[in-house]
Ligand binder design. Sequence first.
Ligand SMILES: [Zn+2]
Length: 112
Amino acid sequence: MIIFRTKRIPAKHYDAINIFGMLFVHPGVLLSEETINHERIHTRQMLEMLVLPFYIWYVVEWLVRLPMSGRAYMNLSFEREAYANERNLTYLKTRKPYAWVKYLRKRTKDNK
Ligand SMILES: [Zn+2]
């Protein structure tokens, strides 16, 4: 994963953003293996959705989840998959294509 250290991207209150598989990170932010794995999971999601539809789906799902309980961002299927598996550093080796789809459903015991 290509990592760029820059003050301007992302916006102020965010540490990092993954744009087309490139990670933009503020200069002082420490990147853990888990964070890099989290972003790699997003890159895999992007690639299997042919990139642009990933961003469209991300925004539409966020808008749909805004009026629902909890933080819309944390309830996004893409984020739920990434957070649930970021500590598993070999996750991408065994991940099935479109694994994020199962995170669209309501929470289960293995899908927190
Ligand atoms: Zn994320």
